[in-house]
Design a protein. Sequence first.
Length: 61
Amino acid sequence: MFLLAATGGLNVGDMIAQLFFFFILISIVVGIVTFVVMIKQRKKQLNRIEEKLDQLIRREK
């Protein structure tokens, strides 16, 4: 029973905690990258909308 609980001086609980914190770190990085990509896409979309509005304004004049 003791052999299943410890491997090379590491407890199973320690390994689970390390994996948990590793996934938290990875999720923070993925969240930041996703946020930056969304901001860039939104900026491009707003630029396209602005160009279309400028074209409509020119046509009316």
